[in-house]
Every structure is written in structure tokens, then in C-alpha cells.
Design a protein around this ligand. Structure first.
Ligand code: P6P
Length: 316
């Protein structure tokens, strides 16, 4: 009989308050999974603004997911909560938090894929409260994870002692991969190639070498994937290796990239590094970046270590 998530967290020696918070967050993801799988039948797909049969104001699924997660986090003792869907963090009412943990999340990443029934996911990150509050480097995370709402509903999580995967069955999370290991080399990469004309030179060089295949400088053929759902693309990288890239590009030089540092790149980088992979912004380790704004964006190159080392070397 595989281990449950609660047994796993206890075996990891996680403090009681962290176990309580992580159980609350992952139980909220079970509820979100149910909503996601009801899809159009629940009349909650598509744009907000219309009313459902009860005459209630319909919400987009990512707003519903945000509400579910926010309430679960506060009920599970979070000191404060930050979300891609909320401009400002929410603080627990004075005297009610019971913990010093900060929770950050992207409640439903890849939501443009909801209406076309493609895998989407919830990404979360846990920090300890300090004077800096949320503006701490990714290396300060005490836990991080995501839930992929795919053919199976899977939780991938780390507490800094490796990256493990769980599969949902009848409301329970069952350990299905005890220690994920990303191969250091790969023949697969993920990038939105329609942006190629906007890429910086090191990215163009790196991708062109892979496209050159067996007769090119790398001496092997590569395969490309782009699901346009970070959780799905990164889950594939964790499961069979590869790289996931979203570089900055010339469309808007003021933007460091498209993806968000605090609740997308940092938790995913923690998971990838704990699985033996690497993650940089092209210049430096993402987990070392000192954040200045809660919703700041970052360029992302993560996955098989030797490949990330190469593309980062090309930037230097
Ligand atoms: P593009 C989804 O909107 C998201 O934030 C990530 O999940 C995904 O990797 C990326 O944006 C897709 O971006 O430009 O290819 O649509």
C-alpha cells in the first residue's frame, strides 16, 4: 500500500504547523480538481460577467480556485497569503494565524487552456515570515509544489529533501514516485517558437543548434513540445527530462520575461533543483534572485542540468 501525503510529510519531519498548512492547501486542490473536471457542466467556463441558473454572478475558474485556496490557507494557519489573482496579499486576522508561514500561489496556471480541455495546474510556495515578508529569494522556500489537473490529478512537492509525486484517488493523495530524478542530458526542449524573431542572440544560437540535429554541433536530433501550460510542460520535464524555457524577448524590453518569479518560477525552480535539475534566468540561478516586487516577472530556463548550463553559458 503506497504512503499517503500525511504519512510522507510526517516521515519528512515537517513541523506540525507546516503539515497542517500543506494538508489544507492540497485538500483545497482536491476541491479545485472536482470543479475543473465538471468543466462546462458546472457552467463555470468562459468569461466572468454572465449569471448562472441560481442567478449568481459567474466567476472564471481561476477566480473560484483562488477563493478556495485563500480560504483553505487562512483556515490552515497561514500568516499571510499572496496570489497571482490578487494585487495585494491577504493577512490573517490578528491572533488567528497560529503559524509563521506565508503562502503564495498561482491558483490555476495555464487558464487559457481551460476552455480547450488541456492540462492546467495550481502552483504553490511556502516561506517563513521575516521582516521582508514575501520579498525573499526562492532559496528561502520551506516547501513548494504544484497540482496538475491532467488525465490523472497529480501533486508534486518538495520540502527540501528531494521531489516526490502523488496521485489522487477517491480524495486521498498516494505516493507514486518517492524521488524524482531529472536526467542531466536530454533530446527534448519546450519553448514557444513563434517568438523566435524576438529572442536574444544566445537563445537563438541555443535553439538553432538543437534544430540542426544530428548533422549540427550537438550531433543528435531533438524533439520539441509546447503545451502553453507551465505545470504540464514542467511536469513532463520532471517526469522524463528536457528543458522548459520562456526567455525575455524584444516585444517589451521593460519586462524581464513573461512568467512570475514569486509563485511560478521560484516554486518550479525549487522542485526542479531538488530533482537534480537546474534553473536560471539566463544569467544566474533563479533561486538566488532578490525580489523587489511581489508580481515581478523573470526569464526562465529550467530542466536537464547539462542543457541549462549550456544555454546559461551562451548568455555569459
Ligand atoms: P504563451 C500560461 O498562460 C502561462 O502563464 C504558462 O503557464 C505558460 O507556460 C505560458 O504562459 C504560455 O505562454 O505565450 O506560449 O501563451
Amino acid at each position: 500500500m503506497p504512503q499517503t501525503l500525511s504519512d510522507f510529510l510526517t516521515h519528512q519531519g515537517a513541523p506540525t504547523q507546516l503539515v497542517k498548512l500543506l494538508n489544507g492547501v492540497t485538500e483545497a486542490c482536491v476541491e479545485i480538481s472536482t470543479e475543473v473536471r465538471r468543466g462546462a457542466l458546472a457552467g463555470i467556463l468562459g468569461e466572468a460577467g454572465s449569471d448562472n441558473i441560481q442567478g449568481e454572478h459567474q466567476k472564471k475558474l481561476d477566480v473560484i480556485a483562488n477563493d478556495i485556496l485563500l480560504q483553505a490557507a487562512l483556515d490552515s494557519g497561514a500568516y499571510a497569503v499572496a496570489s497571482e489573482e490578487m494585487d495585494e496579499p491577504v493577512l490573517a486576522a490578528p491572533g488567528t494565524s497560529g503559524s509563521d508561514y506565508l503562502l503564495l500561489f498561482d491558483p490555476l496556471d495555464g487558464s487559457s487552456n481551460i476552455d480547450v480541455n488541456v492540462t492546467i495546474g495550481t502552483i504553490f510556495s511556502v516561506l517563513r515570515r521575516t521582516d521582508a515578508m514575501f520579498l525573499q529569494p526562492g532559496s528561502a522556500q520551506v516547501a513548494a509544489g504544484y497540482v496538475a489537473y491532467g488525465p490523472a490529478t497529480q501533486l508534486v512537492i518538495t520540502l527540501g529533501q528531494g521531489t516526490a509525486a502523488f496521485t489522487l484517488d477517491k480524495g486521498q493523495w498516494w505516493l507514486t514516485t518517492e524521488r524524482i530524478e531529472i536526467p542531466a542530458d536530454t533530446k527534448e526542449f519546450a519553448i514557444n517558437a513563434s517568438n523566435a524573431r524576438h529572442w536574444e542572440v544566445p537563445v537563438k544560437r541555443y535553439v538553432d543548434e538543437m534544430l540542426a540535429g544530428k548533422t549540427g554541433p550537438l550531433g543528435k536530433d531533438f524533439n520539441m513540445r509546447w503545451i502553453a501550460s507551465m505545470v504540464a510542460d514542467v511536469h513532463r520535464v520532471l517526469t522524463r527530462g528536457g528543458t522548459f524555457m520562456y526567455p525575455r524577448d524584444s516585444r517589451d524590453p521593460s519586462k524581464a520575461g513573461k512568467l512570475r518569479l514569486m509563485y511560478e518560477a521560484n516554486p518550479m525552480s525549487f522542485l526542479v533543483e531538488q530533482a537534480g535539475g537546474a534553473s536560471t534566468n539566463g544569467q544566474q540561478r533563479i533561486l538566488d534572485l532578490a525580489p523587489t516586487e511581489l508580481h515581478q516577472r523573470v526569464a526562465v530556463f529550467m530542466g536537464s542540468r547539462h542543457e541549462i548550463e549550456r544555454v546559461t553559458r551562451y548568455h555569459q
